[in-house]
Design a protein around this ligand. Structure first.
Ligand SMILES: Cc1ncc(COP(=O)(O)O)c(C=O)c1O
Length: 468
């Protein structure tokens, strides 16, 4: 078989089908709509099955910790009677140090059950370590394909840290430079090895996160007799928000889920020159905005992560504010945790100030930290890339140019992403990419798009009118 770029890409559909074992075409309507819930239920596992699968490999059942000192600090900057209690679910206590173990546990279990000899995942993040850890437990081979370097061979400290962790857990790590090579290499490896595609975006992966949402509700009900008033979840590819919200819904909780990302506005992720100008490698708007606006850009034909269906609000925080909260968490609460979880913590610190004192706000994850993830290597790396680091007002932060540590914690704020803008963008992309040229959207398409965007049919029709 020819292995040039175009030939491998043309075999994409077949490679995917074989390596995830899902016939995505079954759920398509031939127009824009597809049967998301049917895909989730037919190809996934039930919540109870997943709790068993995860329990057997020490995943899940993580503790919830109340952050009393950070709550007290937030109250100093809130108006009288305001400043909700802040809690965090300590997902760092999963085997590989993050909630990604929940996703990996189901994919690796499924791969083993169906006789695959190994698993492959394309990720520069915590997920690689999670898959490596689960593969080690179940005795499968593991390959992680990572985008690590710019063209000069320089790598973000956090990504290098994660490569080390994957190797330590026994994975073979294929380290690539930034660009389209990643997907090509990934497909080629899947084809050559016949391994399972432990994609972040299959129903297995997302159903694996539902246990997190269900645990939140069960733990709060057991301790306080009710669900939390708000859950804040760091958003990148959308699985975290989707799985957590679905788990809450399955538990019967009505808690609103707020997505949070670090603002990297103005930086281009796939650009060689800007790849190393960011101080965060996930949980940022460079993934969060495009994946919310169009989830089907992932490595499977239809993504099970569809965050716009589940986010009540989507907020951003500045990079320097997350670093500040990382230190505050360590020095006030004695908890040293990593960047992605602390992104929603920074958001929650600000959001808590808008809620009365008797409300409870839950940050639904922490992640482990380590040599490359710490604040110091990130700030040194930023400085070596010509980024100015100083104290000031986070609203003056310009990603890629400066990094502003708040002069006082009262300056830590969230900014709301314009949800209608994202909704309209999703609807327009759906028409452009899914609708055959000679067709108009069906009634089913309109209902589907309303669900996809958490909007009503009138909103969808309004946007469609503008597209015509
Ligand atoms: C620790 C951690 N939290 C949150 C996220 C965001 O999750 P998602 O990509 O599912 O939105 C990631 C993803 O890389 C992560 O590693």
């Amino acid at each position: 078989m020819a292995n040039d770029y175009a030939s491998v890409m043309s075999r994409k559909g077949e490679i995917m089908k074989k390596s995830v074992g899902i016939d995505f075409a079954k759920y398509e309507s031939g127009s824009i709509a597809f049967d998301y819930e049917k895909m989730m239920s037919e190809t996934g596992y039930t919540l109870e099955e997943i709790q068993k699968i995860q329990g057997a490999v020490h995943v899940g059942n993580t503790p919830i910790i109340e952050l009393r000192n950070l709550t007290a600090l937030a109250r100093k900057y809130a108006k009288k009677g305001y400043g909700a209690r802040i809690f965090v679910k300590d997902e760092a206590s999963n085997p590989s140090g993050s909630f990604k173990a929940r996703r990996a546990a189901v994919s690796v279990y499924h791969a083993k059950k169906h006789g695959y000899k190994g698993v492959i995942s394309a990720t520069s993040g915590n997920y690689g370590a999670a898959v490596a850890s689960q593969a080690a437990m179940l005795g499968l081979k593991c390959i992680v394909v990572q985008e690590c370097y710019d063209s000069k061979g320089r790598g973000q400290p956090e990504i290098i840290e994660k490569a080390r962790k994957c190797e330590a857990l026994g994975a073979e790590v294929v380290q690539l430079s930034v660009g389209p090579e990643l997907f090509y290499k990934f497909l080629l490896l899947l084809e050559e090895t016949g391994y399972f595609n432990a994609s972040l975006y299959t129903p297995f992966s997302i159903a694996g996160i539902e246990t997190l949402g269900a645990e939140i509700s069960a733990q709060f009900r057991a301790k306080f007799g009710r669900d939390p008033d708000m859950v804040v979840a760091t958003n990148a590819g959308g699985g975290n928000v989707t799985g957590t919200a679905r788990g809450l819904i399955k538990a019967g909780a009505k808690t609103p889920v707020v997505g949070a990302s670090v603002s990297l506005a103005g930086l281009h992720m796939a650009s060689d020159g800007q790849f190393n100008k960011k101080s965060f490698t996930t949980g940022h708007t460079g993934f969060g905005i495009p994946f919310s606006s169009w989830p089907d850009r992932s490595d499977v034909p239809r993504s099970a992560a569809r965050p716009l269906r589940y986010m009540e609000r989507y907020v951003t925080v500045a990079q320097g504010s997350v670093f500040y909260l990382t230190e505050a968490l360590a020095s006030l609460e004695g908890l040293e945790k990593g960047p992605a979880g602390n992104t929603s913590l920074a958001a929650a610190f600000a959001l808590a100030q808008d809620l009365p004192e008797d409300k409870m706000i839950l940050v639904q994850e922490t992640e482990y930290t380590g040599a490359g993830k710490h604040v110091q290597p990130q700030l040194s790396f930023a400085k070596s890339n010509g980024i100015e680091v100083r104290f000031g007002d986070p609203k003056d932060e310009v990603p890629g140019k400066n990094l502003i540590l708040p002069a006082n914690p009262g300056l830590i704020k969230t900014a709301d992403v314009d949800m209608n803008h994202i909704r309209a963008s999703l609807i327009k992309t759906a028409v452009k990419t899914m609708l055959p040229a000679d067709k108009t959207p069906t009634e089913k398409d309109i209902a589907f798009l309303a669900e996809e965007t958490r909007a009503n049919e009138a909103f969808v029709k309004e946007v469609l009118k503008a597209v015509e």
